[in-house]
Design a protein around this ligand. Structure first.
Ligand code: SF4
Ligand code: SF4
Length: 165
């Protein structure tokens, strides 16, 4: 199939843009009085997010305040952006726990694979997007900050409902 090329030249004589301006204003006015148009009053009113929307991470916590992570190492291994830093530790009873657990939310591509792979459902991507910062350092969420997140977590992919409907 050949591709047609249309050359647009600027007008050689003086042209009035009044018609185009009036057309634009008529469109604006039509939207102004259209009762079906909705204006969202963000940030006072938050937009609804899909259950599978993936944003800021959240670490689940035990009732006694410990993180649920057992420092298995799966999420930093699978992370395609290499943005999870884990330093594992072990207590006297041989239980593993994260001494250091950090996620660089700036490098993260929010693929959700860390959540999918976690065997104890500790780390989750979440339904939150209000994570803008002024410095790159602030995008690195340490364990305390991840545990302090309280937004809803993202629903896992369900093969019986592939479109999440
Ligand atoms: S969502 Fe993906 S890119 Fe982000 S931390 Fe998890 S595995 Fe890495
Ligand atoms: S996959 Fe889960 S348990 Fe394993 S290191 Fe990551 S958060 Fe911790």
């Amino acid at each position: 199939m050949s591709i047609g090329v249309k050359t647009v030249r600027p007008p050689e004589t003086e042209t009035s843009y009044l018609r185009a301006v009036l057309k634009g204003m008529a469109l604006t006015f039509r939207h102004l009085v259209d009762p079906d148009k909705v204006t969202e009053l963000y940030p006072e009113e938050k937009p609804p997010l899909a259950t599978r929307w993936r944003g800021t991470h959240r670490m689940e916590v035990h009732a006694d305040g410990r993180p649920k992570c057992v420092a298995c190492g799966l999420c930093p291994t699978i992370c395609p952006a290499n943005c999870i830093r884990l330093v594992p530790g072990e207590d006297d009873q041989g239980n593993r726990y994260p001494v250091v657990y950090e996620i660089d939310e700036f490098r993260c591509i929010f693929c959700g694979m860390c959540q999918e792979v976690c065997p104890v459902e500790a780390i989750h991507v979440g339904q939150d997007f209000e994570n803008a910062e002024y410095t790159r350092e602030r995008f690195i969420y340490d364990l305390d900050r991840l545990m302090a997140q309280d937004h809803p977590v993202t629903a896992l992919w369900d093969p019986e409902d592939p479109l999440g409907q």
